[in-house]
Design a protein around this ligand. Structure first.
Ligand code: GRF
Length: 222
C-alpha cells in the first residue's frame, strides 16, 4: 500500500446507491463541520438524494454553525450544559428533529454520548462516523490512539449507532496507511479526505439496506 492508495469497502457504484426517495436528514455536530458541509454539497450536486432539514449543534462556538448559515440550513443550538442529564438533552434533540420532519439522524462529529431516548425515536436510523477502523480505537482521540499503538493502517468507519460508544453495525470503511512521518494533524487530514468520500455513500447505503430489510430480512445489496 503506497501513500495514495486507500481501500473503501464495500465499493459501490453511484447506480447502486441511487435513492428513489429523498431522505430527510437531521445532522448533529459539535465542531468544524467539514463532514456536514460535504453532505450538503453532495445533496446540492445531485449525488445524494436527501435534504438536511436541520443542524443541531451543542457548542456555541462550533464552526459548523457558520457553515449552516452560509448554506441556508436551519441550525439549532442545544447546549448540553443547559440540561441536567444526557436523557434530557436527547429528549430535546428528538423534539427538534421531529419538529423538522427528520427521518435519519446523522452524527457528524457529535461529541456527546447518546442515550436510548434518541435510539428509540429513530430505531436503526442514527448514523455515526468515527476516525478509525472500528472496532479498533473507539472513543476520543482515535487518531492519537492509532499512532500510539503503532498500527500501520487506520482509517474511518461509518456505522449505525447503538448505546455503546462507536459501536453498532458497520456500513462502510476506508483504510488509510499511516506514514512514518505522520503527526496527528497530517493523519487526520488524510482520514478526513476519506470520511468525505464515504459518509454520503454510507448514508445512501443505510437507506438502501433499510429499504431492503423491510422487504425481506437479510437482504444485502453489496
Ligand atoms: C470527524 O473526524 C469524525 O470522524 C469525528 O469527528 C470529526 C468531525 O469532523 N467523529 P468535522 O467537524 O466534520 O470536520
Amino acid at each position: 500500500m503506497t501513500q495514495s492508495q486507500n481501500i473503501i469497502s464495500p465499493l459501490l457504484s453511484p447506480e447502486q446507491l441511487k435513492l428513489d426517495q429523498t431522505l430527510k436528514l437531521g445532522v448533529m455536530a459539535s465542531g468544524s463541520g467539514s463532514n456536514f458541509e460535504v453532505i450538503a454539497q453532495c445533496i446540492n450536486h445531485g449525488k445524494l438524494n436527501a435534504q438536511i432539514q436541520v443542524l443541531i449543534y451543542n457548542n456555541p462556538q462550533a464552526k459548523v454553525k457558520e457553515r449552516a448559515e452560509r448554506l441556508g440550513i436551519p441550525a439549532v443550538l442545544l447546549n448540553h450544559r443547559a440540561f441536567t442529564s444526557r436523557e434530557e438533552l436527547d429528549e430535546n434533540i428528538v423534539r427538534v428533529l421531529q419538529e423538522h420532519g427528520v427521518e435519519w439522524v446523522i452524527m457528524a462529529g457529535w461529541m456527546r454520548i447518546i442515550t436510548q431516548v434518541l435510539l428509540d425515536a429513530f430505531p436503526n436510523k442514527v448514523i455515526n462516523i468515527h476516525p478509525s477502523l472500528l472496532p479498533s480505537f473507539r472513543g476520543t482521540q482515535a487518531i492519537e490512539q492509532a499512532l500510539a499503538a503503532g498500527v500501520k493502517i487506520t482509517g474511518c468507519t461509518v456505522h449505525i449507532a447503538n448505546l455503546d460508544v462507536d459501536s453498532g453495525p458497520i456500513l462502510m470503511q476506508s483504510a488509510v496507511p499511516i506514514l512514518p512521518q505522520d503527526t496527528p494533524e497530517t493523519l487526520l487530514a488524510r482520514i478526513q479526505v476519506q470520511e468525505h468520500k464515504i459518509f454520503p455513500q454510507a448514508i445512501a447505503l443505510a437507506a438502501k439496506l433499510h429499504h431492503y430489510s423491510t422487504l425481506s430480512s437479510g437482504a444485502n445489496i453489496a
